[in-house]
Design a protein around this ligand. Structure first.
Ligand code: FMN
Length: 320
């Protein structure tokens, strides 16, 4: 039993949009179910729950990697009929083969690093390791390093900030998930903490006032532009289809890439605005000549000192 609880703990170390941790788990005689927790959805930035299912995919991939490492042969079923609610089902059979130790060890070390990076080049051998991470069927990973591409993406991120940050509902939603003080972070054990974003702990009222009156689309775009230019490369994760199963597979593929980056001491941070705003997503599709394929996640990667970890709720809090 302790082993199963530990597998769930590893699953909860996954990244999620705004660190909402939109998952619940339950135990079956021979496996674990992962349910979407729609009480933790982001109805403004993620209207169709696309990023919620990507986050579930990240948790699923952690669970699979941890299960393989622990000596199981996990079998995954997507939204199987006959379950009490929509879920991902991981059936655990014992196996003699142990899984990838490096990826398993990377799970607790992986984190989003929003610092400015140091422009250091990524060695060719590491690029080829990133390029050869196995992604799920219908999911691909594009690595961008050309200055023209980077310049275009900076423009799209700026346009995304302009649309999102001038929308009061977007600002209300993100502010509601920021934990400005250490005590707010400890109380909720979720959300975007000041410290994980590279800022000091401040009283909640002060942080909220700062966000409302001093953070603008313009200031955010300036920071994003500087951060992108400080990065060694950009990564776009693309899927052929745009449905629930594909979103889960994007999450699974992304998590493997993020863990591989961690094993190479390469940091990563998201800039998903261009994938979130429909009209900008079209421009990104055209710029990258994706045809009808869907850009799902946009990340910058590079080198920087690490940042404090984001909190997670305990297994007891996510187990139903
Ligand atoms: C689907 C998805 C979307 C995300 N979108 C953004 C984003 O647009 N901007 C950002 O800074 N971080 C984004 N993140 C990163 C999360 O905020 C981060 O995973 C979460 O705060 C937990 O922190 P950790 O990754 O350090 O564990 C996203 C993560 C996921 C899985």
């Amino acid at each position: 039993m302790q082993q199963i609880i530990e597998l769930i703990r590893y699953a909860t170390m996954a990244p999620s949009g705004h660190n909402t941790q939109p998952w619940k788990f339950s135990l079956k005689e021979d496996g674990i179910r992962i349910f979407p927790d729609f009480t933790r959805s982001l109805p403004v930035v993620d209207q169709d729950n696309r990023e919620l299912y990507i986050s579930l995919g990240c948790a699923l991939e952690n669970l699979v990697i941890a299960a393989k490492y622990t000596g199981y042969d996990p079998e995954v079923e997507y939204f199987p009929a006959g379950e009490p609610e929509e879920c991902l089902l991981v059936t655990l059979k014992h196996s003699n083969v142990t899984g990838d130790n490096n990826l398993f060890q990377a799970i607790p070390k992986r984190h989003t690093n929003r610092r400015e990076y140091n422009k250091q080049q990524i060695p060719a051998a590491d690029f080829s390791k990133i390029g050869s991470v196995p992604t799920k069927d219908g999911v691909t990973c594009l690595v961008l390093t050309e200055p023209d591409d980077i310049g275009q993406i900076i423009d799209l991120v700026r346009e995304g900030n302009r649309i999102q940050m001038n929308d009061n509902a977007f600002m209300d939603e993100i502010i509601s998930w920021i934990r400005f003080s250490d005590s707010e972070a400890e109380k909720h054990l979720d959300g975007l903490t000041s410290r994980a974003m590279g800022s000091p702990s401040v009283p909640g009222w002060l942080g909220r006032m700062f966000m409302r009156f001093f953070v603008s689309a313009k200031s955010q775009s300036k920071t994003d532009g500087k951060n992108i230019r400080s990065s060694s490369a950009l990564i776009v994760i693309i899927s052929e289809k745009n449905d629930k199963r594909s979103w889960v597979d994007v999450g699974r593929s992304f998590e493997r890439i993020a863990l591989t980056l961690t094993t190479l001491n390469i940091e990563s941070a998201h800039l998903n605005q261009p994938c979130e705003v429909p009209q900008i997503k079209n421009q990104l599709q055209q710029h990258l000549a994706l045809g009808s394929a869907h850009p799902q996640l946009l990340l910058r990667i590079g080198y920087a000192e690490s940042l404090p970890r984001s909190p997670r709720r305990s297994v007891q809090q996510v187990l139903i």
